[in-house]
Design a protein around this ligand. Structure first.
Ligand SMILES: [Zn+2]
Length: 154
């Protein structure tokens, strides 16, 4: 077998196996770069498990906190101990919801729907990870649609 190293990247962890944060977000390629920046702005980029799945917390809600995706959150918490959980929903027609036939009348309508989804998921995740501090973030587009604005939902 022949092999060739195609990339080297920093691994600053040594034997550290615990982290403080978990971020759950949608697989949608349009938001990946923006989320990397958000992680740096939050100061969690080197100390964060990432759960990237289609629709982000949609599956947690659909399975009412008792299915495979909720199980992954539980497993990551058991393995690495994160207590700060960031859950992100996004604008611009998340395909996972479109697939379920959900349509929005306006961007305001879309945001308010996702705020409801975030609140439901927060409740479920607090039931999965006791003592979790769940922060809800909505990723929407700026007026000129050239930037992502992350809004923390209180
Ligand atoms: Zn999506």
């Amino acid at each position: 077998m022949t092999e060739k190293i195609i990339c080297r990247a920093p691994f600053p962890y040594g034997e550290v196996h615990a982290c403080s944060n978990l971020i759950c977000y949608c697989s949608d390629f349009r938001f990946r770069r923006a989320i990397e920046k958000l992680e740096r702005v939050l100061g969690i980029h080197l100390n964060c498990d990432g759960l990237q799945i289609p629709g982000s917390i949609k599956s947690v809600n659909d399975e009412n906190g008792e299915g495979p995706v909720s199980g992954w959150i539980e497993v990551l918490h058991k393995l690495h101990g994160a207590k700060n959980i960031f859950i992100i929903a996004h604008a611009a027609k998340c395909g996972a919801y479109a697939e379920s036939g959900i349509r929005f009348e306006s961007e305001e309508d879309e945001q308010s729907f996702h705020e409801g989804e975030l609140r439901k998921a927060r409740g479920l995740i607090e039931g999965i990870i006791l003592g979790a501090r769940v922060r809800m973030i909505y990723a929407r587009l700026s007026q000129n649609r050239r930037q992502v604005e992350f809004v923390e939902i209180a």
